[in-house]
Design a protein around this ligand. Structure first.
Ligand SMILES: *Cc1c(COP(=O)(O)O)cnc(C)c1O
Length: 361
Protein backbone atom coordinates (compact mmCIF):
# COMPACT_ATOMS: atom_id res chain seq x y z
CA UNK A 1 0.00 0.00 0.00
CA UNK A 2 1.34 3.42 -0.82
CA UNK A 3 -1.23 5.62 0.90
CA UNK A 4 0.38 8.45 2.80
CA UNK A 5 -1.79 8.98 5.85
CA UNK A 6 -0.81 11.55 8.45
CA UNK A 7 -0.22 10.13 11.94
CA UNK A 8 -2.90 12.47 13.35
CA UNK A 9 -5.47 10.59 11.28
CA UNK A 10 -3.93 7.12 11.45
CA UNK A 11 -3.93 7.24 15.26
CA UNK A 12 -7.60 8.18 15.55
CA UNK A 13 -10.05 5.54 16.77
CA UNK A 14 -13.33 5.78 14.83
CA UNK A 15 -16.37 6.76 16.90
CA UNK A 16 -18.22 3.58 17.79
CA UNK A 17 -21.94 4.11 18.19
CA UNK A 18 -24.13 1.86 20.34
CA UNK A 19 -25.32 -1.28 18.58
CA UNK A 20 -28.67 -0.67 16.85
CA UNK A 21 -31.62 -2.32 18.57
CA UNK A 22 -32.86 -4.33 15.59
CA UNK A 23 -29.37 -5.68 14.92
CA UNK A 24 -29.11 -7.03 18.47
CA UNK A 25 -32.62 -8.48 18.29
CA UNK A 26 -31.72 -10.28 15.05
CA UNK A 27 -28.52 -11.66 16.61
CA UNK A 28 -30.26 -12.90 19.74
CA UNK A 29 -33.49 -13.92 18.05
CA UNK A 30 -35.51 -11.84 20.51
CA UNK A 31 -37.91 -8.93 20.08
CA UNK A 32 -37.77 -7.14 23.43
CA UNK A 33 -34.25 -5.74 23.57
CA UNK A 34 -33.84 -2.28 25.13
CA UNK A 35 -31.33 0.39 24.18
CA UNK A 36 -30.13 2.66 26.94
CA UNK A 37 -26.85 3.53 25.27
CA UNK A 38 -27.08 6.87 23.49
CA UNK A 39 -29.02 9.19 25.80
CA UNK A 40 -31.93 9.34 23.38
CA UNK A 41 -35.41 10.32 24.56
CA UNK A 42 -37.18 7.03 25.09
CA UNK A 43 -40.58 8.76 24.86
CA UNK A 44 -39.87 9.35 21.17
CA UNK A 45 -39.92 12.46 19.00
CA UNK A 46 -42.21 15.37 19.83
CA UNK A 47 -45.67 14.54 18.38
CA UNK A 48 -45.88 18.09 17.03
CA UNK A 49 -42.64 17.55 15.14
CA UNK A 50 -43.93 14.28 13.70
CA UNK A 51 -47.08 15.96 12.42
CA UNK A 52 -45.07 18.78 10.87
CA UNK A 53 -42.74 16.40 9.02
CA UNK A 54 -45.55 14.96 6.95
CA UNK A 55 -46.26 18.41 5.47
CA UNK A 56 -42.74 18.72 4.09
CA UNK A 57 -42.25 15.32 2.45
CA UNK A 58 -43.74 16.53 -0.83
CA UNK A 59 -41.13 19.29 -1.11
CA UNK A 60 -38.03 17.14 -0.81
CA UNK A 61 -37.10 17.90 -4.42
CA UNK A 62 -36.20 21.44 -3.33
CA UNK A 63 -32.93 22.34 -1.58
CA UNK A 64 -33.35 23.32 2.06
CA UNK A 65 -33.18 26.91 3.25
CA UNK A 66 -29.42 27.00 3.78
CA UNK A 67 -29.76 29.81 6.27
CA UNK A 68 -32.42 27.97 8.35
CA UNK A 69 -34.24 31.29 8.49
CA UNK A 70 -37.38 30.32 10.43
CA UNK A 71 -35.63 28.08 12.90
CA UNK A 72 -32.96 30.67 13.65
CA UNK A 73 -35.59 33.38 14.04
CA UNK A 74 -37.54 31.25 16.54
CA UNK A 75 -34.38 30.39 18.47
CA UNK A 76 -33.32 34.02 18.51
CA UNK A 77 -36.68 34.98 20.00
CA UNK A 78 -36.45 32.22 22.55
CA UNK A 79 -32.95 33.19 23.71
CA UNK A 80 -33.23 36.93 23.16
CA UNK A 81 -30.35 37.26 20.73
CA UNK A 82 -29.99 38.39 17.11
CA UNK A 83 -30.71 35.62 14.55
CA UNK A 84 -27.22 36.31 13.16
CA UNK A 85 -25.85 35.05 16.48
CA UNK A 86 -27.17 31.56 15.75
CA UNK A 87 -25.78 28.84 13.54
CA UNK A 88 -27.75 25.65 12.87
CA UNK A 89 -25.79 22.47 12.25
CA UNK A 90 -26.32 18.88 11.14
CA UNK A 91 -26.38 18.05 14.83
CA UNK A 92 -24.35 20.07 17.32
CA UNK A 93 -21.57 17.64 16.35
CA UNK A 94 -21.26 19.59 13.14
CA UNK A 95 -21.11 22.90 14.98
CA UNK A 96 -18.18 21.50 16.98
CA UNK A 97 -16.42 20.59 13.72
CA UNK A 98 -17.14 24.01 12.22
CA UNK A 99 -15.69 25.76 15.28
CA UNK A 100 -12.54 23.67 15.02
CA UNK A 101 -12.30 24.30 11.28
CA UNK A 102 -12.73 28.03 11.72
CA UNK A 103 -10.45 28.57 14.70
CA UNK A 104 -7.96 25.73 15.22
CA UNK A 105 -5.18 25.67 12.62
CA UNK A 106 -2.79 22.68 12.40
CA UNK A 107 -0.63 22.55 15.52
CA UNK A 108 -2.89 24.85 17.54
CA UNK A 109 -4.47 23.63 20.77
CA UNK A 110 -7.90 22.99 22.22
CA UNK A 111 -8.32 22.29 25.94
CA UNK A 112 -10.86 19.70 27.09
CA UNK A 113 -11.50 17.31 29.97
CA UNK A 114 -10.01 13.82 29.68
CA UNK A 115 -13.31 12.02 30.24
CA UNK A 116 -15.74 13.96 28.11
CA UNK A 117 -17.64 13.93 24.81
CA UNK A 118 -15.29 12.22 22.35
CA UNK A 119 -16.25 14.46 19.41
CA UNK A 120 -14.02 17.29 20.67
CA UNK A 121 -10.91 15.17 20.36
CA UNK A 122 -12.00 13.64 17.05
CA UNK A 123 -12.68 17.05 15.51
CA UNK A 124 -9.52 18.69 16.84
CA UNK A 125 -7.11 15.88 15.99
CA UNK A 126 -8.89 15.21 12.70
CA UNK A 127 -8.19 18.85 11.82
CA UNK A 128 -4.52 18.44 12.81
CA UNK A 129 -4.95 20.46 15.98
CA UNK A 130 -3.68 19.35 19.37
CA UNK A 131 -6.21 18.13 21.98
CA UNK A 132 -4.96 19.10 25.45
CA UNK A 133 -6.67 16.88 28.03
CA UNK A 134 -7.15 17.89 31.64
CA UNK A 135 -8.15 15.15 34.14
CA UNK A 136 -11.53 15.39 35.84
CA UNK A 137 -11.51 16.01 39.58
CA UNK A 138 -14.15 14.13 41.61
CA UNK A 139 -15.78 13.27 38.26
CA UNK A 140 -16.20 16.98 37.42
CA UNK A 141 -14.42 19.40 35.11
CA UNK A 142 -11.42 20.84 36.95
CA UNK A 143 -11.86 24.42 35.72
CA UNK A 144 -8.84 25.92 37.53
CA UNK A 145 -6.56 23.29 35.94
CA UNK A 146 -8.22 23.78 32.56
CA UNK A 147 -7.55 27.53 32.80
CA UNK A 148 -3.97 26.65 33.77
CA UNK A 149 -3.61 24.49 30.63
CA UNK A 150 -4.25 27.49 28.34
CA UNK A 151 -1.23 28.68 26.35
CA UNK A 152 -0.59 31.16 23.52
CA UNK A 153 -1.45 28.30 21.17
CA UNK A 154 -4.87 27.61 22.72
CA UNK A 155 -7.83 28.54 20.51
CA UNK A 156 -10.78 26.70 22.09
CA UNK A 157 -11.74 25.34 25.51
CA UNK A 158 -14.59 22.81 25.66
CA UNK A 159 -16.72 22.78 28.79
CA UNK A 160 -19.25 19.96 28.56
CA UNK A 161 -21.92 20.92 31.08
CA UNK A 162 -23.46 18.63 32.24
CA UNK A 163 -20.55 16.42 31.27
CA UNK A 164 -21.03 13.35 29.15
CA UNK A 165 -20.33 10.59 30.37
CA UNK A 166 -20.27 11.57 34.06
CA UNK A 167 -23.51 13.61 34.26
CA UNK A 168 -21.81 16.10 36.58
CA UNK A 169 -21.88 19.88 36.20
CA UNK A 170 -19.88 22.96 37.06
CA UNK A 171 -21.66 25.84 38.81
CA UNK A 172 -22.23 29.50 38.00
CA UNK A 173 -19.77 30.52 40.73
CA UNK A 174 -17.07 28.18 39.37
CA UNK A 175 -17.61 29.33 35.80
CA UNK A 176 -17.45 33.00 36.86
CA UNK A 177 -14.02 32.45 38.37
CA UNK A 178 -12.93 30.45 35.31
CA UNK A 179 -14.08 33.13 32.86
CA UNK A 180 -11.98 35.72 34.67
CA UNK A 181 -8.91 33.52 34.16
CA UNK A 182 -9.45 32.86 30.43
CA UNK A 183 -7.51 35.22 28.14
CA UNK A 184 -9.39 37.09 25.41
CA UNK A 185 -7.86 35.18 22.49
CA UNK A 186 -9.52 31.93 23.64
CA UNK A 187 -13.08 30.88 22.75
CA UNK A 188 -14.93 28.99 25.50
CA UNK A 189 -17.44 26.46 24.16
CA UNK A 190 -20.16 25.47 26.62
CA UNK A 191 -21.71 22.25 25.30
CA UNK A 192 -25.17 22.16 26.88
CA UNK A 193 -26.69 19.17 25.09
CA UNK A 194 -28.55 18.20 28.30
CA UNK A 195 -29.56 21.75 29.26
CA UNK A 196 -33.29 20.97 29.46
CA UNK A 197 -32.72 18.14 31.95
CA UNK A 198 -30.67 20.12 34.47
CA UNK A 199 -32.29 20.51 37.89
CA UNK A 200 -29.61 22.34 39.88
CA UNK A 201 -30.25 26.00 40.68
CA UNK A 202 -26.46 26.53 40.55
CA UNK A 203 -26.36 25.81 36.82
CA UNK A 204 -24.55 28.62 35.00
CA UNK A 205 -26.34 30.97 32.65
CA UNK A 206 -23.65 30.77 29.98
CA UNK A 207 -25.62 32.89 27.50
CA UNK A 208 -24.92 35.93 29.67
CA UNK A 209 -21.30 35.86 28.48
CA UNK A 210 -22.42 35.84 24.85
CA UNK A 211 -24.66 38.80 25.61
CA UNK A 212 -21.67 40.57 27.18
CA UNK A 213 -19.89 40.00 23.86
CA UNK A 214 -17.33 37.65 25.40
CA UNK A 215 -15.77 34.99 23.11
CA UNK A 216 -18.16 32.23 24.15
CA UNK A 217 -20.21 29.70 22.19
CA UNK A 218 -23.21 27.92 23.70
CA UNK A 219 -24.16 24.61 22.03
CA UNK A 220 -27.62 23.12 22.27
CA UNK A 221 -29.29 20.24 20.42
CA UNK A 222 -32.61 18.77 19.35
CA UNK A 223 -31.15 15.26 19.71
CA UNK A 224 -31.76 14.78 23.40
CA UNK A 225 -34.91 15.97 25.20
CA UNK A 226 -36.63 16.94 21.92
CA UNK A 227 -36.16 13.38 20.66
CA UNK A 228 -34.92 14.22 17.16
CA UNK A 229 -31.49 12.55 17.15
CA UNK A 230 -32.27 10.80 13.87
CA UNK A 231 -32.79 14.07 12.01
CA UNK A 232 -29.47 15.65 13.08
CA UNK A 233 -30.14 19.18 14.20
CA UNK A 234 -28.32 21.25 16.78
CA UNK A 235 -27.18 24.85 17.06
CA UNK A 236 -24.66 27.26 18.46
CA UNK A 237 -25.21 30.74 19.92
CA UNK A 238 -22.34 33.21 19.97
CA UNK A 239 -21.18 36.70 19.13
CA UNK A 240 -21.71 38.19 15.66
CA UNK A 241 -17.96 38.13 15.05
CA UNK A 242 -17.54 34.44 15.89
CA UNK A 243 -20.62 33.47 13.86
CA UNK A 244 -19.31 35.39 10.87
CA UNK A 245 -16.20 33.16 10.85
CA UNK A 246 -18.21 29.98 11.43
CA UNK A 247 -20.43 30.81 8.45
CA UNK A 248 -17.36 31.07 6.22
CA UNK A 249 -16.61 27.36 6.72
CA UNK A 250 -20.22 26.12 6.95
CA UNK A 251 -21.42 24.03 3.97
CA UNK A 252 -24.30 25.90 2.26
CA UNK A 253 -27.03 23.27 2.86
CA UNK A 254 -25.75 21.70 6.07
CA UNK A 255 -29.11 21.31 7.79
CA UNK A 256 -31.86 19.58 5.86
CA UNK A 257 -35.42 20.80 5.37
CA UNK A 258 -37.09 18.04 7.43
CA UNK A 259 -34.76 18.68 10.34
CA UNK A 260 -35.47 22.41 10.26
CA UNK A 261 -39.25 21.94 10.11
CA UNK A 262 -39.33 19.32 12.86
CA UNK A 263 -37.05 21.33 15.14
CA UNK A 264 -39.21 24.41 14.72
CA UNK A 265 -42.31 22.44 15.74
CA UNK A 266 -40.53 20.64 18.58
CA UNK A 267 -39.34 23.93 20.03
CA UNK A 268 -42.98 24.86 20.66
CA UNK A 269 -43.92 21.47 22.08
CA UNK A 270 -43.51 22.39 25.72
CA UNK A 271 -45.80 19.57 26.75
CA UNK A 272 -43.43 16.94 25.34
CA UNK A 273 -40.44 18.58 26.98
CA UNK A 274 -42.19 18.79 30.36
CA UNK A 275 -43.33 15.18 30.14
CA UNK A 276 -39.83 14.01 29.22
CA UNK A 277 -38.25 15.99 32.04
CA UNK A 278 -40.74 14.65 34.58
CA UNK A 279 -40.20 11.06 33.49
CA UNK A 280 -36.45 11.52 33.69
CA UNK A 281 -36.66 12.90 37.21
CA UNK A 282 -38.83 10.06 38.51
CA UNK A 283 -36.93 7.30 36.74
CA UNK A 284 -33.53 8.73 37.64
CA UNK A 285 -34.59 8.43 41.28
CA UNK A 286 -35.55 4.78 40.80
CA UNK A 287 -32.31 3.91 39.01
CA UNK A 288 -30.15 5.69 41.59
CA UNK A 289 -31.88 3.93 44.44
CA UNK A 290 -31.59 0.50 42.84
CA UNK A 291 -27.97 0.97 41.79
CA UNK A 292 -27.14 2.02 45.33
CA UNK A 293 -28.97 -1.05 46.57
CA UNK A 294 -26.71 -3.16 44.33
CA UNK A 295 -23.72 -1.43 45.96
CA UNK A 296 -22.69 0.42 42.80
CA UNK A 297 -22.73 4.08 44.01
CA UNK A 298 -23.98 5.95 40.93
CA UNK A 299 -22.56 9.43 40.42
CA UNK A 300 -25.31 12.06 40.93
CA UNK A 301 -26.37 13.23 37.46
CA UNK A 302 -27.90 16.41 36.05
CA UNK A 303 -28.61 14.79 32.68
CA UNK A 304 -30.66 11.84 31.35
CA UNK A 305 -28.04 9.18 32.03
CA UNK A 306 -26.15 7.71 34.97
CA UNK A 307 -22.47 6.84 35.21
CA UNK A 308 -21.56 4.13 37.68
CA UNK A 309 -18.72 1.86 38.76
CA UNK A 310 -19.42 -1.84 38.32
CA UNK A 311 -16.45 -2.67 40.58
CA UNK A 312 -15.41 -5.31 38.03
CA UNK A 313 -14.46 -5.53 34.37
CA UNK A 314 -16.94 -3.11 32.80
CA UNK A 315 -16.53 -4.58 29.31
CA UNK A 316 -17.56 -8.00 30.58
CA UNK A 317 -20.60 -6.53 32.33
CA UNK A 318 -21.47 -4.63 29.14
CA UNK A 319 -21.20 -7.79 27.03
CA UNK A 320 -23.17 -9.90 29.50
CA UNK A 321 -25.95 -7.27 29.47
CA UNK A 322 -25.87 -7.32 25.68
CA UNK A 323 -26.46 -11.09 25.68
CA UNK A 324 -29.53 -10.39 27.80
CA UNK A 325 -30.81 -7.87 25.26
CA UNK A 326 -29.85 -4.72 27.17
CA UNK A 327 -27.61 -2.21 25.41
CA UNK A 328 -25.70 0.21 27.64
CA UNK A 329 -22.39 1.98 27.11
CA UNK A 330 -19.06 0.76 28.41
CA UNK A 331 -16.92 3.87 28.82
CA UNK A 332 -13.68 2.56 30.25
CA UNK A 333 -12.33 0.19 32.89
CA UNK A 334 -15.08 -0.63 35.33
CA UNK A 335 -17.31 2.32 34.35
CA UNK A 336 -20.64 2.04 32.56
CA UNK A 337 -23.09 4.71 31.42
CA UNK A 338 -26.79 3.95 31.22
CA UNK A 339 -29.48 6.19 29.76
CA UNK A 340 -32.58 6.79 31.87
CA UNK A 341 -35.42 5.22 29.90
CA UNK A 342 -39.06 4.50 30.57
CA UNK A 343 -39.94 2.42 33.65
CA UNK A 344 -40.18 -0.89 31.75
CA UNK A 345 -36.79 -0.37 30.13
CA UNK A 346 -35.09 0.58 33.37
CA UNK A 347 -36.60 -2.49 35.04
CA UNK A 348 -35.29 -4.71 32.23
CA UNK A 349 -31.86 -3.17 32.74
CA UNK A 350 -31.90 -3.52 36.53
CA UNK A 351 -33.01 -7.15 36.42
CA UNK A 352 -30.38 -8.02 33.83
CA UNK A 353 -27.71 -6.16 35.79
CA UNK A 354 -28.56 -7.92 39.02
CA UNK A 355 -28.36 -11.23 37.21
CA UNK A 356 -25.01 -10.39 35.66
CA UNK A 357 -23.54 -9.17 38.94
CA UNK A 358 -24.55 -12.26 40.90
CA UNK A 359 -22.83 -14.44 38.28
CA UNK A 360 -19.56 -12.51 38.12
CA UNK A 361 -16.65 -11.59 40.34
C1 LIG B 1 -25.47 13.93 22.48
C2 LIG B 1 -24.50 15.03 22.61
C3 LIG B 1 -24.42 16.04 21.67
C4 LIG B 1 -25.42 16.07 20.56
O1 LIG B 1 -24.93 15.85 19.36
P1 LIG B 1 -25.86 16.07 18.10
O2 LIG B 1 -24.84 16.12 17.03
O3 LIG B 1 -26.58 17.37 18.28
O4 LIG B 1 -26.77 14.91 18.03
C5 LIG B 1 -23.52 17.06 21.83
N1 LIG B 1 -22.74 17.11 22.92
C6 LIG B 1 -22.81 16.18 23.88
C7 LIG B 1 -21.98 16.29 25.08
C8 LIG B 1 -23.69 15.10 23.75
O5 LIG B 1 -23.74 14.17 24.69
Amino acid sequence: MSLKVHKNIASLVPYSPGKPLDELERELGISNAVKLASNENSLGPSPKAQAELAKHIGQLNVYPDGGAHYLRRALAERWKVDPAQIVVGNGSDEVISLLVKAFVAPGEEAVMADDTFVMYKLAVQGGHGVPVKVPLKDWRHDLPSMAGAITDQTRLVFVCNPNNPTGTMVSQAEVDVFMKAVPDHVIVVFDEAYYEYVRSTEYPESLQYVKQNRPVVVLRTFSKIYGLAGLRVGYGISTLEIMDYVNRVRPPFNSNSLAQAAALAALDDEEHVAKSRAMNMTEMGVLEKELNYLGLSPIPSQANFIYFDTNRDGRQVFEALLRKGVIVRHIKGSMIRVTVGQAFENQRFLEALQDVLTHSG
